[in-house]
Write a protein that binds this ligand. Structure first.
Ligand SMILES: Nc1ncnc2c1ncn2[C@@H]1O[C@H](COP(=O)(O)OP(=O)(O)O)[C@@H](O)[C@H]1O
Ligand SMILES: [Mg+2]
Length: 260
């Protein structure tokens, strides 16, 4: 018999993980201390019938995690910046949070990161950037890259997602396609589809500010350890957080008016 030699195709689009490759209908990614937790979560999602995440296929001979490859596109595009896409991402996040119900909120080792002070309610994705959402037929159909998933509040994960999709960012740091969008209206539209209750909407921008502050500290600490985080820090990641935070401060009243 002939052994089938499957070609390894590097996958780009992420910032963080070196060595993400496609092999046939699978994706191989380096394992981390959080991999057992992430795999338990992905198996839980599969059992719950949630279609918007890759399936776990195991660990390969090189110690890499093996996930199903989800066809489609990722990243900022004309389609991804549309109102329909934003609504789709809000629905995807809501479906994901609901599907994590019943998954233990303690007892697993997750990657750390900034967080809400309120007690965790769900497992959050905590990194739902445009590079981590798969689009197919113009619709966001799945989330990938659960490396930063962890127990948190629904609102914290909503805020993290809006940071990238509203986006809550200084226009100088936005993708050109997102420079002129009506951020206040997009915050509201996202909350409407997700079903964020009024008292949480009132807390949303305050939590966004807290998150910027904490994310800055977390990133600086990670950067000090070297590797890709250090490269991202040297590339201005910290300054972008500071600018986003200042932009939020100067637009907070106007944005808040859309939420309440
Ligand atoms: N399961 C998957 N199905 C399809 N594409 C994937 C999958 N996993 C990763 N990719 C592609 O590879 C890119 C980088 O992978 P990702 O898991 O996001 O790593 P990183 O930690 O570097 O962001 C993604 O933006 C996406 O384009
Ligand atoms: Mg990614």
């Amino acid at each position: 018999m002939f052994a089938t030699l499957l070609h390894e195709v590097p996958l780009q689009g992420g910032d963080v993980t070196d060595g993400v490759v496609r092999v046939g209908d699978t994706v191989r990614r380096p394992a981390s201390p959080a991999t057992p937790a992430v795999h338990a979560l992905l198996r839980h999602l599969e059992a719950a019938g949630f279609e918007g995440a890759p399936r776990v296929l195991g660990i390969d001979g090189l110690g890499r995690e093996v996930l199903s490859y989800l066809p489609g596109t990722t990243g900022v595009s004309l389609v991804a910046v549309s109102d329909e896409a934003l609504a789709g991402v809000a629905g995807l996040l809501r479906g994901f949070h609901d599907a994590t119900a019943g998954f233990p909120l303690s007892g697993y080792r997750w990657e750390g990161g900034s967080n809400d002070d309120a007690p965790p309610q769900i497992i959050g994705h905590c990194d739902l950037t445009p590079d981590n959402v798969i689009f197919r037929d113009r619709a966001p159909v799945a989330m990938i890259d659960f490396d930063l998933a962890r127990p948190t509040t629904r609102l914290f994960d909503v805020v993290t997602t809006l940071r990238h999709w509203a986006p809550i960012a200084d226009p100088v740091d936005r993708h050109p396609l997102l420079r002129g969008v009506a951020v206040g209206e997009r915050l509201r539209a996202f909350c409407d589809v997700y079903g964020v209750p009024p008292r949480e909407r009132r807390r949303l921008l305050e939590l966004a500010r807290l998150r910027f502050h904490r994310s800055y500290d977390v990133m600086r600490t990670r950067a000090a350890a070297g590797g890709n985080w250090a490269r991202m820090w040297a590339g201005g990641a910290g300054e972008r957080i500071r600018r986003a935070s200042a932009w939020l401060d100067s637009h907070e009243d106007e944005l808040h008016a859309h939420l309440v």
